[in-house]
Ligand binder design. Structure first.
Ligand code: HEM
Length: 269
């Protein structure tokens, strides 16, 4: 099949496979969103490496990163669509599947552009360990998102994706919200129901903990959480912007719309 510019049939095909009674809560949407995010979230703005261009998670080293546990399923779910529309790159398909799933689950429309190109070999696979590790604290989470080029407000907006899906026992277990296949601001509302206490860590940082000490929030987080809990539309707007930015990290398009490798693009600048 020749290359095409018509992504509507691809979106329609993605929507068709979302409902899946055998998977989790009846939808594969959440795991597709996580695939789009993990494919993109390896970006390092200082070196221009990582990011969604290249679809480097197809290669063993990145696929085997512990942070990507379970994402082989998401990639397999999309395989029939890749066969049907073989002109689309995996990098475009994975990111398009993420935005399509969010929209189909009641979330905002998210700007998405095609043009990513799959790498032919694993030379550009980013090192493991670039994605956030839920067992580590605020300094780690911040460092990871700052490395991608996000600020605190964007971090909170993005983490609202945890309105979707669940943990599968790789260290954590269960969903964040009662309806994990509907995109909403419930996650923030539930966060606010916790009783947060401010405390200073041994390193001298201020953070917030629940009274039982189990959950933690960054000091800059509560105002954003309050905004997003109170106003779904603001959350949707901020989320859509931050998620679109995430999918574009490191994707430099030439005049024909085709993305070049980050480091090549940089060398040519
Ligand atoms: C703030 C740092 C983050 C941490 C520490 C984190 C951690 C996790 C963990 C531990 C899981 C469970 C994985 C599993 O057991 O299958 C998960 C699931 C998920 N995460 Fe995150 N995450 C973060 C940020 C994000 C962001 C930025 C997004 C998207 C914008 C996102 C979207 C998701 C989705 C949709 C799921 C559910 C997947 C499913 O149901 O299969 N997460 N996350």
């Amino acid at each position: 099949m020749a290359a095409s510019n018509d992504y509507e049939p691809v979106r329609a095909a993605i929507k068709k496979i979302l409902k899946n009674d055998k998977h989790d809560d009846g939808s594969i949407g959440p795991v597709l969103v996580r695939l789009a995010w993990h494919a993109s979230g390896t970006y390092d703005q200082n070196t221009g490496t990582g990011g969604s261009n290249g679809a480097t998670m197809r290669f063993q080293v990145e696929a085997a990163d512990a942070a990507n546990n379970g994402l082989n399923l998401a990639r397999q779910f999309l395989e029939p669509i890749k066969h049907e529309f073989n002109w689309i790159s995996y990098a475009d398909l994975w990111t398009l599947a993420g935005v399509t799933a969010i929209e189909a689950m009641g979330g905002p429309q998210i700007a998405w552009q095609p043009g990513r190109v799959d790498d032919a070999d694993d030379r550009h696979v980013p090192p493991n360990g670039r994605l956030p590790d839920a067992s580590q604290g605020q300094d780690h989470i911040r460092a990871v998102f700052y490395r991608m080029g996000f600020d605190d407000q964007e971090i909170v907006a993005l983490s609202g994706a945890h309105n979707l899906g669940r943990c599968h026992g790789y260290g954590f277990e269960g969903p964040w919200v009662p309806n994990p296949v509907r995109f909403s601001n419930t996650y923030f509302k539930l966060l606010l129901r916790q009783h947060w206490k401010q405390r200073t860590t041994s390193a001298g940082n201020v953070q917030y903990n629940t009274s039982d000490g189990e959950l933690m929030m960054l000091p800059t987080v509560p105002p954003h959480v309050e905004t997003y809990a109170a106003d779904r539309d603001v959350f949707f707007r901020h989320f859509a912007l931050a998620f679109a930015k995430l999918l574009e990290l490191g994707v430099h398009r030439g005049r024909d719309g085709t993305a070049r490798r980050n480091d090549l693009a940089r060398a040519r600048l």
